[in-house]
Design a protein around this ligand. Structure first.
Ligand SMILES: Cc1ncc(COP(=O)(O)O)c(C=O)c1O
Length: 399
C-alpha cells in the first residue's frame, strides 16, 4: 500500500498526531527510592507479616492524626466485614444474621462485606444534595416495618462517604445510641478530612486511593475496646493466645504493604496540594458549564476520584461516549447502584431508589490524578463543552 501513496489514486496525507487519551485514573504510588528505607527495615527485622513493626508505626501515625484507635487491615472490604462482625459480636445469634441497611449508591464492596459478615444487605435511597444515606432516612425505614416484611431483624447500618465526601460521625453515633443498632462508616475514599467517632470508620488504601498501600486499609474508632475486637476478628479470632475466641478472618496488612503505606503517608502533604490544585482547576473550568461537584470538593477536601453532576437534562451515558471520542476517559464508578448487580438482586430494597437512579443517570467520573496537567484540564473542559453542545462546540470537519 505504501507504494501507492502520492499517486493520483491516493493523495498523500501528513500523519495526524492524535493526542494521547486522558485516563480516568492514574495511580501514583511511592517509587522505589521512597520505599527503600522501609524495605531495609523489613530486611533487618525479618518480620514480614502479622502486624510487625511497620504496621505498628503506620497504626500509631494514623491514630495520632485521627485522635482514635486504628487497626490496619488487608483491604477496606475485609475491614468492613471485620468491623461489622465486631460490632455484632455480643448480640444473640439471630441478631447477628439480620439485615444490614446501606445505601444502594455505593461500590459493591460495601454489600459484599455485609454478606461476608453473615448479613443481608437491604438497600435505601440517598440524599439528593450529598448522595449519602441520612439518619432520618434510616429512622423512616425502621418505622416502615422492614423487619416484619423481610422476617429478619435489622442488625446493622452501614453509611457511605460517597467518593470521599467527609461525613460528620456525630449523628451516626446518636442514631446507634438511640436505636441500639450499630453503625459502621464506609469511608473508603475519605482519608482526607476523615473525622472519627465511636462508629468504626473504614478507609481503603487501595492503589487508586489518595494514601495507598497497593492493597490495604484501616479501621478507626474512638472506642478502644471495639478496636481491640476488630483486631481480634481480623486475626483468626486470636488476641494474645493462639485460641480463636470469636469467628474471624485473616485480614491483616503485610509489612510490605505497610512500607508502601508509610511512604505514601510521608508524601501526602505534597500530594494533597497537587490533588487540590487539580480539583480547583476542574471546578473552575466545569462549573461555568453547569456541572455540579460534591460540596467542598477541591476546596475543603479532596479524594482520588472526581465525580460530577451533569447539567439538567444531560445523560451520563451519552456524555461519556462523546468525551471518549475526544480522548477523555470516564467511569460510572458505581454503575446503576448496588441493587442492580445480579449478586444483590435477591436483597430487599427498603424504599424506591429514585435518587439513586437519578445519580446513576446524571453523574460521571472524570479523569483525576495528582499530576493532571493544565493542558489536560483544558482538554477535559473543551471536550465537556462540546459534549454538552455549548457555544464552543466544534464544527464537524467538512465531508
Ligand atoms: C465505597 C467503597 N467501599 C469499599 C471499597 C473497597 O475498598 P478496597 O478495595 O480497599 O477493598 C471501595 C473501593 O473503592 C469503595 O469505593
Amino acid at each position: 500500500m505504501d507504494g501507492l501513496a502520492g499517486t493520483a489514486l491516493i493523495p498523500r496525507r501528513e500523519p495526524v498526531a492524535m493526542p494521547r487519551a486522558i485516563p480516568v485514573a492514574r495511580p501514583w504510588l511511592p517509587d522505589a527510592g521512597a520505599l527503600l528505607p522501609y524495605l531495609r527495615r523489613i530486611d533487618a527485622a525479618r518480620i514480614y507479616a502479622n502486624w510487625g513493626p511497620l504496621n505498628a508505626e503506620l497504626e500509631r501515625r494514623l491514630a495520632e492524626r485521627l485522635g482514635a484507635a486504628v487497626v490496619t487491615v488487608s483491604t477496606a472490604t475485609d475491614g468492613l466485614a471485620c468491623a461489622l462482625r465486631a460490632v455484632l459480636e455480643d448480640r444473640p445469634a439471630a441478631q447477628r444474621r439480620g439485615l444490614c441497611l446501606m445505601p444502594s449508591w455505593t461500590f459493591v464492596a460495601t454489600a459484599h462485606a455485609a454478606v461476608a459478615a453473615g448479613l443481608t444487605p437491604c438497600f435505601l435511597d440517598v440524599d439528593e444534595a450529598c448522595w449519602t444515606l441520612t439518619p432520618d432516612r434510616v429512622r423512616a425505614a425502621l418505622r416502615g416495618g422492614l423487619a416484619r416484611r423481610t422476617e429478619l431483624p435489622v442488625s446493622a447500618i452501614v453509611t457511605v462517604a460517597p467518593f470521599g465526601l467527609p461525613l460528620d460521625p456525630a449523628p451516626w453515633d446518636e442514631l446507634a445510641a438511640g436505636t441500639g443498632i450499630p453503625v459502621v462508616i464506609d469511608a473508603a475514599a475519605a482519608f482526607d478530612g476523615l473525622r472519627v467517632g465511636m462508629a468504626p470508620a473504614v478507609v481503603s488504601m487501595h492503589a487508586t486511593k489518595t494514601v495507598c498501600a497497593g492493597e490495604g486499609g484501616f479501621v478507626a474508632t474512638r472506642d478502644a475496646d471495639l478496636a481491640r475486637r476488630v483486631k481480634r476478628t481480623a486475626n483468626f479470632g486470636f488476641f494474645g493466645a493462639r485460641i480463636a475466641e470469636v469467628a474471624g478472618l485473616n485480614a491483616k496488612l503485610s509489612e510490605y504493604h505497610a512500607a508502601v503505606g508509610l511512604a505514601s503517608l510521608d508524601q501526602w502533604p505534597t500530594r494533597r496540594g497537587d490533588y487540590m490544585a487539580a480539583g480547583i482547576a476542574l471546578r473552575a473550568g466545569l462549573e461555568p458549564l453547569g456541572c455540579g461537584f460534591l460540596p467542598g470538593f477541591g476546596e475543603a477536601w479532596v479524594s482520588s476520584s472526581c465525580v460530577l453532576r451533569l447539567p439538567p437534562g444531560r445523560r451520563a451515558a451519552e456524555v461519556a461516549v462523546a468525551l471518549g471520542l475526544d480522548g477523555v476517559g470516564t467511569r460510572a464508578w458505581w454503575g446503576a447502584g448496588c441493587h442492580a448487580s445480579p449478586a444483590f438482586a435477591p436483597c430487599p430494597v427498603a424504599e424506591e431508589l429514585r435518587t439513586t437512579a437519578r445519580l446513576a443517570e446524571t453523574t460521571l467520573g472524570l479523569p483525576f490524578f495528582p499530576d493532571l496537567q493544565a493542558p489536560d484540564v483544558a482538554r477535559i473542559v473543551t471536550a465537556m463543552d462540546s459534549a454538552l453542545g455549548g457555544p464552543k462546540r466544534r464544527r464537524r470537519p467538512a465531508a
